[in-house]
Design a protein around this ligand. Structure first.
Ligand SMILES: Cc1ncc(COP(=O)(O)O)c(C=O)c1O
Length: 397
């Protein structure tokens, strides 16, 4: 029995998405930009995929631009809004300290180019208060970017409220919904969203494809220059099989969204409670309820996350200590640090992102394995020993 509990890093392709893709490698393989009949069949499939995705998030197909994934969608959204702002002398951006690096690194770059950036700190529960966004917006603010769901701790932000504030103040609102799309319902109109990024491999679609929603009236700029694909906003021959797979996966996720949420929330809470009952001096990171149904992120005092992951792998459990992009680096997670956790404590983190296929027996195996491995690592840890003999204080009760 091997348990894959790293669905925030990536998900397994759904059979339906894979089946939908296959004819587009061998049968409908023509270039959608070609005017001949096979090309037009490909163009028609591209349009149908655009329509299917638009229907799920509640926008017009013309407001969807296909990209190579979440990173590209985030880059294009932020750069476009910044360039639009600069044209009218607005060069201030509001975002949060716990965004994905696909947002934070673009903001760093914009700062070096003369933009000013306000990064809001989440509260201890990993939530951003709409009031904090309201107060951070200035006369010269051109963009607010707040992620829908955090990739490490899974907390869900009050997107509709933040969007309403931005709309009232005439500021463009972007949300990185890469972890949210396919997992919780999204509606760009009801949630007052102007730009939204998503990535297929997070909702059982193929890797290397995503989309950016941009509300009509907000100017989108090309970041990749070349051919006139995607109405001149994203050059390069479209990855038609991947786009078709993404549309099929998003539709399928949408169909299962309530059932998935119900099942996973119950199992998620059972795992959290089980670990907390069995392991002293640990804590759940992020609000218990305002979080993705499949996300468990915990810190264990006195140990490091890396050996925990290694031993969990030996016990047949694939987990993570944070985002996949950051693993391998020994820096403490910027997300956990933004919650106010000391560096030492945030190094002892574990992220489990369970999948729909999880069984009760697997959940019990996770609880048992985490309990045993944490105890084993603590028995070897000088930090834990110091806490036990009162030489250093425990951070968690
Ligand atoms: C919140 C968030 N934004 C952006 C990305 C980047 O997406 P992609 O891997 O499709 O480039 C990720 C990937 O982990 C993510 O979790």
């Amino acid at each position: 029995m091997y348990i894959y509990a790293d669905n925030a890093a990536t998900t397994k392709m759904s059979q339906r998405a894979l089946d939908a893709m296959l004819p587009f490698f061998t049968d409908v393989f023509a270039n959608p930009s070609s005017p001949h009949t096979p090309g037009q069949r490909a163009a028609e499939a591209l349009w149908q995929a655009r329509e299917a995705i638009a229907a799920v998030i509640g926008c017009s197909p013309r407001e969807i631009t296909f990209t190579s994934g979440g990173t590209e969608a985030d880059n294009q959204a932020l750069l476009s809004a910044a360039w639009n702002g600069a044209k009218i002398g607005k060069k201030h951006i509001v975002s949060t300290a716990f965004e994905h690096h696909a947002v934070l690194r673009v903001l760093d770059k914009l700062e070096r180019q003369g933009f000013s950036v306000t990064l809001l700190q989440p509260d201890r529960d990993g939530l951003i208060a709409p009031m904090a966004v309201d107060q951070a917006i200035r006369e010269d603010t051109c963009l607010v970017s707040v992620m829908t769901a955090n990739n490490e701790i899974g907390t869900l932000q009050p997107i509709a409220e933040i969007g309403a504030i931005c709309r009232e103040k005439g500021v463009v609102f972007h949300t990185d919904a890469v972890q949210a799309a396919g997992h919780i319902p999204l509606d760009v109109q009801a949630q007052n969203i102007d730009m939204l990024s998503a990535s297929a491999h997070k909702f059982h679609g193929p890797k290397g494809v995503g989309f950016l929603y941009v509300k009509r009236g907000v100017e989108l700029h090309a970041v990749l220059e070349g051919g006139g694909q995607e109405r001149g906003k994203r050059a390069g021959t479209e990855n038609l099989p991947a786009v078709v797979g993404m549309a099929a996966a998003l539709k399928e996720s949408q169909e299962h969204i309530d059932k998935y949420r119900e099942k996973l929330t119950i199992i998620r809470n059972r795992i959290i409670d089980g670990i907390k009952e069995n392991v002293p001096h640990c804590a759940l990171n992020g609000d218990r309820d305002k979080r993705l149904p499949n996300n468990i992120n915990m810190c264990f005092e006195g140990i490091e996350g890396e050996p925990l992951l290694l031993l969990l792998d030996h016990a047949g459990i694939a987990a993570s200590s944070g985002s996949a992009c950051a693993s391998g680096s020994h820096d403490a997670s910027h997300v956990l640090r933004s919650l106010g956790l000391p560096e030492e404590v945030s190094r002892g983190s574990l992220r489990l992102t369970i999948g729909e296929e999880i069984t009760d027996a697997q959940a019990a195996h996770i609880v048992q394995s985490v309990t045993e491995i944490v105890a084993r690592l603590r028995s070897l840890s000088p930090v834990w020993h110091d806490c036990e003999i009162g030489k250093r204080p425990f951070f968690f009760d």
